[in-house]
Design a protein around this ligand. Sequence first.
Ligand code: NAI
Length: 344
Amino acid sequence: MSQQRCALIPATLIPGDGVGPEIVDATLFVLEALRAPFEWDHQTAGLAGVRDHGDPLPPPALESIRRTQLALKGPLETPSGGGFRSSNVRLREEFELFANVRPARTIVLGGRYDDVDLVVVRENLEGLYIGHEHYVAIDDDPHAVAMATGINTRHGCRRVLEYAFDYAVANGRKKVTIVHKANILKALTGLFLETGSELHERKYKGQVELETLIVDACAMKLVLNPWQFDVVVTTNLFGDVLSDLVAGLVGGLGMAPGANLGKKAAIFEAVHGTAPDIAGQGRANPVALMLAAAMMLEHVGLPDLALRLRLAINDTLNVDKVRTRDLGGRASTAEFARAVSLRV
Ligand code: NAI
């Protein structure tokens, strides 16, 4: 075992809400079998944070991530409409996690689309997602009008676009598609398009091809022919929607990992939410979080362990044919984890 492997890497672990603790347990089980050298600092957030500390994003969890600059987390529940502000959005803001990287790769063959291999890079801090909203009352209706403000900055656009181009070059990707709606939201998403086009012209021309697409056309093309895409980079809200769409191309949310990256920290998670409809039943597919753990291993410079984990997941699904119900199988979350652990 190399010296690098022996040194423990401090990392924050947040089980999250709903199916979170189930998929986190499954992922930890597999990481232990892999002897991944993480030294976990267990923290709570979301509803569990409210229960333990009266805060969906408790100071000890923030302090832990500030120290480790690295976290693996389960999904956190955010009530729709009223209630507290999304802990996920607050985490992204707190640690300036400006890039949300969501790879979609076919693992289970014979599904809707074979050989899909693309990456959605979503701007994570700006746009309509900032949640600057208010109602205007008219007569006796306090919610007569609802208004939202979106904000994109040149700086914010540039850093995520630069990340996407650099990612494409570093990973041998051929094309970056900038997705926008500059025909209608001419300023808000026009700035993203303008900044990306200038950046490509100045810095990346000849290294990687540039394509620009309006978001509605992009959604259609992704469904008709996902193989034409390589790296897709877009603003926050469009990225949120398109990354769920591409998860659907490769077997659903149970298969889609994500990384939130910034200068101050990196937080790895599944794209999906708390799945309240199946929480507590041992049915959740832990693959998305396991793949997020593989991204985390790559991030800390352990690509060999990441590869072993990816191969073990692949063989469990395709050779052993052990699958959770969302993939048409019968395995429980824990049974799937045991099967993967035998393969790592
Ligand atoms: P969801 O992603 O939790 O569920 C959507 C559908 O996908 C459900 O039918 C669910 O059963 C299924 N699903 C999700 N993950 C699965 C898995 N691992 N295995 C099998 N099936 C799975 O989305 P929903 O219901 O809109 O959101 C529920 C809660 O999660 C909300 O409070 C939302 O704010 C939160 N959320 C949190 C996220 C995060 O912490 N990163 C991301 C998305 C939503």
